[in-house]
Design a protein around this ligand. Structure first.
Ligand code: NAD
Length: 485
């Protein structure tokens, strides 16, 4: 069960199936955001360690390696074994995640289950990525889908285990090898997963995990000449740096899952109470630290006042506290820096003329908690309606008709997700077809599932993860042409 005192067993780098210290000998602390206290000192990888990990991953990808010689169904069996070990260790994984990230334990447990589902989904794909036979006259023309090679994977702190599963699963399904860097704020579950991968029986070098900081370990991955692909989830600013690094070095393939400022539109033909709950659940879980969160709530003018009042009541009802308590629904932000950034945005919102309806302050003085916050009277050009806050801040805007709302929904730099609540199929379809977003949810929100592609339009990213689309990120297409003589 939940264990607030779970001691992390693994604190070193994981290279070639061994836990080792960093070449530099350096360590960094990982902090519990609910208490501000250090949980453990973690080996701090940088370029020298990334070089070793990439060399191990390259060797494991050699055409004669144990990994490359496995049949597709043997890869399936390894991924499934990993899933069963995660199931066995689910309370350990969730307890480590809650300590490291601060999310309520029940959410952390949900993340473990979602990570398992994502791996299981891709376990079924190992023998289902097909080439084609193409008419070529006197030639036999075929395509083969081949694994790309060593994949670099750089992930954020908001869903550490889920992001790891989204990166590992398609790469392992097609037979790539991996060097993953978890976020410096949340290395613990990635290291436990490294241990489970060894126990599951993945050959040495297939999976390597290098905790460390972005500009050192992260940059070493994105600049490495033997890394053929980098998959990144995080902020748009760092996404740009990763693309530049790829361009300046070996033109490695890049996929980016970045931020969002997603619109969630509520028409006046709906059950207001249900809509209030849906829009609340679109922003506040995970303390607002969700890339696809519905951060711009557009409400039809006819129901606006009632909607604001009820949204405030729900936000006030969230239970802030120790994330290991079963009654807690609202934990801390990830660190002091993010907490201050969010408080800064709340101040900006007030200065810009938005009406602070509730929250707006730090909660307590231990840990990095922020009161669930609701702004009404928000207008499109306010910074809180344009920039990603990544915190528990709901902005409610008013609208009157469908044409207007499509233009306004699209009037931001991002395009990760969007939602609409209405009983009118015409309005829902028109909105879904015209909004610039990688995922559109009708009468639901955050309905993310392993079998459906996920990713962004515009500055929310490049490429799609999950579903069949997600496999392509780790594949090259080879055309083989044979002359019939
Ligand atoms: P971040 O971009 O600062 O960090 C993400 C990762 O990149 C971390 O592992 C970090 O160490 C690494 N990194 C930092 N500098 C680097 C560099 N120079 N080279 C290589 N790697 C580097 O983002 P964050 O603050 O950890 O996460 C929050 C952001 O991530 C938000 O903007 C959020 O919207 C976005 N996000 C997007 C998705 C998505 O699926 N689209 C999912 C989660 C988070």
């Amino acid at each position: 069960m939940a264990n607030p005192n779970e001691v992390p067993k693994y604190t070193q780098l994981f290279i070639n199936n061994e836990f080792v210290d960093a070449v530099s000998g350096k360590k960094f602390p990982t902090i519990n955001p609910a208490t501000g206290k250090v949980i453990a000192e973690i080996a701090e990888g940088d370029k020298a360690d990334v070089d070793l990990a990439v060399a191990a991953a390259k060797k494991a990808f050699h055409r004669n390696s144990a990994w490359r010689k496995l049949s597709p169904l043997e890869r399936t069996a390894l991924i499934e074994k990993l899933c069963s070990l995660m199931e066995r260790d689910k309370y350990i994984l969730a307890s480590l995640e809650t300590q490291d990230n601060g999310k309520p334990f029940t959410s952390a447990l949900g993340d473990v289950m979602f990570a398992i589902m994502s791996l299981k989904y891709y376990a079924g794909w190992t023998d289902k990525f097909f080439g084609e036979t193409i008419p070529g006259g006197d030639f036999v023309v075929q395509t083969r889908k081949e694994p790309i090679g060593v994949a670099g994977q750089i992930i954020p702190w908001n869903y550490p285990l889920v992001m790891l599963a989204w990166k590992w699963a398609p790469a392992l399904a097609v037979g790539c090898t991996i060097v993953l860097k978890p976020a410096e704020q949340t290395p613990l579950t990635a290291l436990h997963m490294a241990a489970l991968s060894k126990e599951a029986g993945f050959p040495a070098g297939v999976i390597n995990v290098i905790p460390g900081y972005g500009p050192t370990a992260g940059a070493a991955i994105s600049e490495h000449h033997d890394v053929q692909k980098v998959a990144f989830t995080g902020s748009a600013d760092i996404g740009r740096i990763i693309m530049q690094a790829a361009a300046k070095t070996n033109l490695k393939r890049v996929t980016l899952e970045l931020g969002g400022k997603s619109p969630f539109v509520v028409f006046d033909d709906v059950d207001v109470d249900k809509a209030v709950q849906l829009t609340h659940d679109a922003i506040f879980p995970n303390q607002g630290q969700t890339c696809c969160a519905g951060t711009r709530t557009f409400v039809h003018e006819k129901i606006y006042e009632e909607f604001v009042k009820k949204s405030v009541a729900l936000a006030k009802a969230r239970k802030i506290g120790n994330p290991f308590e079963t009654t807690t629904t609202h934990g801390p932000q990830i660190d002091e820096e993010m907490m201050n950034k969010i408080l800064g945005y709340i101040e900006i919102g007030q200065k810009e003329g938005a009406k602070l309806q509730c929250g707006g302050k730090r909660a307590g003085n231990v840990g990095y908690f922020i009161e669930p916050t609701v702004f009404s009277d928000v207008t499109d050009k306010m910074r809180i309606a344009q920039e990603e806050i990544f915190g528990p801040v709901m902005s409610i805007l008013k609208f009157s008709d469908i044409e207007e709302i499509i233009d306004r929904a699209n009037d931001v730099e991002y395009g990760l997700a969007a939602g609409v609540i209405t009983n009118d199929i015409n309005k829902a379809t028109k909105f879904a077809n015209n909004v610039n977003a990688g995922s559109v949810w009708i009468n639901c929100y955050n309905a993310v599932m392993p079998q459906a592609p996920f990713g962004g339009f515009k500055q929310s990213g490049i490429g799609r993860e999950m579903g069949r689309d997600g496999l392509n990120n780790y594949l090259e297409t080879k055309t083989i042409t044979t002359k019939i003589v």
